[in-house]
Write a protein of this length. Structure first.
Length: 215
């Protein structure tokens, strides 16, 4: 209601939850939509050329972990960190599915539903031949929001083993990084699509041209 008059010229939707919300309430059906999404099945099933286009920024966790193991071939166990927020939980589901073929080679232990102090105590004394993978921590077990960048910084400061992550925004916190998604490339792609739509191009035609893999 707040933005119904005048209508926005374009809508940029980030994360699956925003996609669900937009579709559930049929927000601005005639307004072109740009989805930035790491789950193409969601984008295809919800919008799929319906006055919209999506940019797929995939989190290929299998490829990421294989890269970690190339850097640290003696790794026996990977400690996977996430908080109790929706994003962390969704990332964990994708991570488990993507890495199932790697389990004979390496074991995984999930450090979930720990408060920040307990988590930092755990990562200070991990055993040899182990690494950490950070899936984002945005809520603690008491349902209090936490800034994910702060947790990344704390992991970089406290962990006694290398910490890997899937987004480049966290590499500035002291985390080693690894094979990461570029936030900048997301912004450049969305800005370019916006410019083209404002210059008169049809977003449905852009979708048909498969301009949805900006990586």
């Amino acid at each position: 209601q707040k933005y119904s008059n005048p209508l926005p010229d374009i809508l940029i939707i980030v994360h699956p939850q925003a996609t669900f919300f937009t579709k559930e309430y049929n927000l601005f059906p005639d307004v072109p939509k740009i989805l930035i999404n790491n789950q193409p099945k969601i984008a295809d099933s919800f919008f799929s050329g319906d006055n919209s286009i999506y940019g797929f920024f995939g989190t290929d966790f299998k490829s990421n972990i294989e890269h970690c193991l190339e850097l640290f071939p003696d790794t026996k166990k990977i400690y996977v960190v996430r908080g109790d927020g929706i994003i962390g939980k969704n990332n964990e589901q994708s991570f488990i599915e993507d890495t199932k073929d790697l389990r004979p080679k390496v074991s995984f232990e999930y450090l979930r539903s720990l408060d920040v102090d307990e988590l930092m105590n755990r990562v200070q004394s991990l055993p040899e031949h182990s690494i950490i993978y950070y899936l984002v921590y945005t809520k603690n077990p008491h349902n209090r929001s936490v800034y994910a960048m702060d947790i990344g910084k704390k992991l970089g400061e406290h962990a006694n083993k290398p910490v890997f992550v899937f987004m480049d925004m966290f590499t500035e916190t002291g985390i080693l990084g690894g094979k990461v998604i570029s936030i900048e490339s997301m912004a450049i792609w969305a800005s370019d699509i916006t410019r083209r739509v404002f210059n008169g191009e049809d977003i449905n035609i852009l979708y048909q041209q498969k301009i949805n893999d900006p990586q």
